[in-house]
Structures are given as structure tokens and as C-alpha cells.
Design a protein around this ligand. Structure first.
Ligand code: ZN
Length: 150
């Protein structure tokens, strides 16, 4: 399959210049790992009441994992936990191909650039690693990881 389909321009841009890069001193920190690909992330999240007021990350890994982390931080900063969780569900449907409607879901915004991941099942974890770390950091990720990503 054509790997080029994975690398939309917006993904390459976020890989080159990740947004919200760094740590938030004193904030909750969660590390994520994707041993299949060697991706690693360290995520700092500041939650005020129910709102994610700040989120930053550092890490290393493939372009998909880095761009996904960067775009995730942009997408959920300022959102409530519930909004962030709902966005993750829709993003998850998009990258796993579980919903044929997801690629047309305008509420996903630029995250739709990851639609190509659905054609590369081994890369799903690259695209969702930062989101799983975000779920854990904000306290609503208490259920077991999905089997389809094991
Ligand atoms: Zn990766």
C-alpha cells in the first residue's frame, strides 16, 4: 500500500514543528509508550475543575505519533473532560475505520488528516497513544485498553 497516503501535509507540519511542546511544572504527568513502533510520550496536563486548561508534551517517535500528540493537545486544550473523551471516541472511530461517517465528521477538524491510518492497522497505536495518555492523565481512562490495539 502507498505509505504516502498516511502523510498528509498537516501531519508532516506538526511532526516538524510540534505544538504545545514541553512540560508544565507541577502538573499531572503521564508517560505513554508504543513498543511496537518505539514511540514514547510524556504528557503534562493541567485540569481546573472540569476544564483542561493546559496540556503539553515531549517525546520521540514516528511522524504519526508526534503529529497526533501535537494535534491532540491543540484539539483538547480548553475543553472539558467530557468533550475531550467524546472527541477521542470520534477520533478512534476515524483511525480504526470503525465508522464510515468519521472521515466526513467536520467536528474532527484537521484531525481528519489521520483518516489514512485506518488502512494501516499497525499504525493505529501510533495515532492513539497520546490520546490514551491524555485519558489517563485526566482521570477518565480507567477501563482496559481496547483489544484491537493490543
Ligand atoms: Zn509510531
Amino acid at each position: 500500500m502507498d505509505l504516502g497516503a498516511l502523510y498528509e501535509e498537516v501531519i508532516l507540519d506538526h511532526n516538524r514543528s510540534p505544538r504545545n511542546w514541553g512540560e508544565i511544572p507541577g502538573a499531572r504527568r503521564v508517560d505513554g509508550r508504543n513498543p511496537l513502533c518505539g514511540d514514547r510520550i510524556s504528557l503534562s496536563v493541567q485540569v481546573d475543575g472540569d476544564v483542561i486548561t493546559d496540556i503539553r508534551f515531549t517525546g520521540e517517535g514516528c511522524a504519526i505519533s508526534k503529529a497526533s500528540a501535537s494535534m491532540m493537545t491543540q484539539a483538547i486544550k480548553g475543553k472539558t473532560r467530557q468533550e475531550a473523551e467524546s472527541l477521542f471516541e470520534r477520533f478512534h472511530d476515524l483511525v480504526t475505520g470503525q465508522s464510515s461517517a468519521a472521515p466526513a465528521d467536520k467536528s474532527l477538524g484537521s484531525l481528519r488528516a489521520f483518516a489514512g491510518v485506518a488502512r494501516f492497522p499497525t499504525r493505529v497505536k501510533c495515532a492513539t497513544m497520546a490520546w490514551h495518555a491524555m485519558k489517563e492523565a485526566t482521570g477518565f481512562g480507567l477501563q482496559a485498553p481496547e483489544k484491537d490495539e493490543a
